[in-house]
Design a protein. Structure first.
Length: 264
């Protein structure tokens, strides 16, 4: 299926690896120009090279990279200093650390809210009116299945991302919806990325089990009996950015191999 977005320009945050990279790759394969962001310059540059090699379409889309912390004002300013009118924005940053809520002080909460709620809101604020004026826009926020099915040790994530989810539900239904702009959240369950490996390594250490035992046990709780891949995640993201998905807005799209047990 031709997604009809060749030649559009996308900002993809947190994209040197993992889910953000998967989204960027799916978009360049559709002929979308991409600007990717992450903090680590070396990995980001390597990712940009890989993306340029994966790019398809005529003319070949450009791949630019900005090494910046997207959760800071300076980081976002560096991205917008490129001067692009973004047609597509994929918001993403690292998730907050696990822990016990009794140990989280105001600073820990502000950091989580900044990264997983206020940063996507700032990015929406900076781009949505331009998109509406041009008559086309797609915003996809990478959130988490924890928004629908909370994970006790990830209270910072449950809380901060729920705030974003509430905001998006409202803003997606404002007049921008009639101006060709959609805003949706894409909720990963368990995907095979460095973040998941880090979480599983932590769980292994805590329980005294070896990594492989914890890794395999986790799969058994997923009806699909496997973890998702960044490429699968990216393909869903690209569809949400397509012209075909123009009538889909304000939604929370779960990709979790069936792990969420609810009917709705
Ligand atoms: N993988 C899963 O199973 C899963 C499940 C639920 C939710 N999630 C959420 O989905 C998001 C992506 O997860 P992932 O698994 O793809 O993680 P990942 O493999 O660790 O990749 C995270 C990417 O984001 C970049 N990044 C992190 N903080 C950033 C910041 N402040 N500014 C700019 N770039 C930043 C990282 O590069 P640098 O570190 O160099 O900046 C890296 O490119 C996270 O919020 C995670 O909590 C993931």
């Amino acid at each position: 299926m031709d997604l009809g977005i060749a030649g559009k320009t996308a900002l993809v945050c947190g994209a040197s690896k993992g889910l953000g990279y998967g989204c960027a790759e799916a978009l360049v394969r559709e002929g979308v120009n991409v600007v990717i962001v992450a903090r680590g310059a070396e990995a980001l540059e390597a990712a940009a090279k890989k993306l340029a090699a994966a790019a398809a379409g005529s003319p070949t889309p450009f791949v630019k990279h900005v090494a910046a912390d997207i959760t800071t004002e300076a980081g976002r300013a560096a991205v917008f200093a490129l001067g692009h009118d973004f047609d597509i924005v994929v918001t993403n940053a690292g998730g907050p650390p696990p822990g016990d809520f009794r140990n989280w002080d105001r600073e820990a909460w502000i950091k989580a809210v900044d990264a997983n709620m206020l940063t996507p809101i700032e990015l929406i604020k900076a781009t949505v009116d331009g998109m509406a004026k041009r008559g086309f826009g797609r915003i996809v926020n990478i959130t988490s299945s924890s928004v629908k099915s909370p994970i006790d040790i990830l209270g910072l994530s449950n809380g901060a991302r729920s705030g974003l989810t509430g905001f998006v539900a409202g803003v997606a239904r404002t007049p921008i919806a009639a101006q060709g702009v959609t805003i949706n959240n894409l909720l990963p369950g368990s995907f095979d990325t460095d973040r998941l490996k880090g979480t599983m390594a932590g769980a292994a250490q805590k329980t005294g089990q070896d990594f492989d035992t914890v890794w395999e046990a986790r799969k058994k709780n997923i009806p699909a009996r496997r973890f998702g891949t960044p490429a699968e995640f990216g393909a869903i993201c690209a569809f949400l950015c397509s012209i075909q998905a123009g009538y889909m807005t304000g939604q929370n799209v779960l990709a979790d191999g069936g792990a969420y047990p609810g009917t709705y």
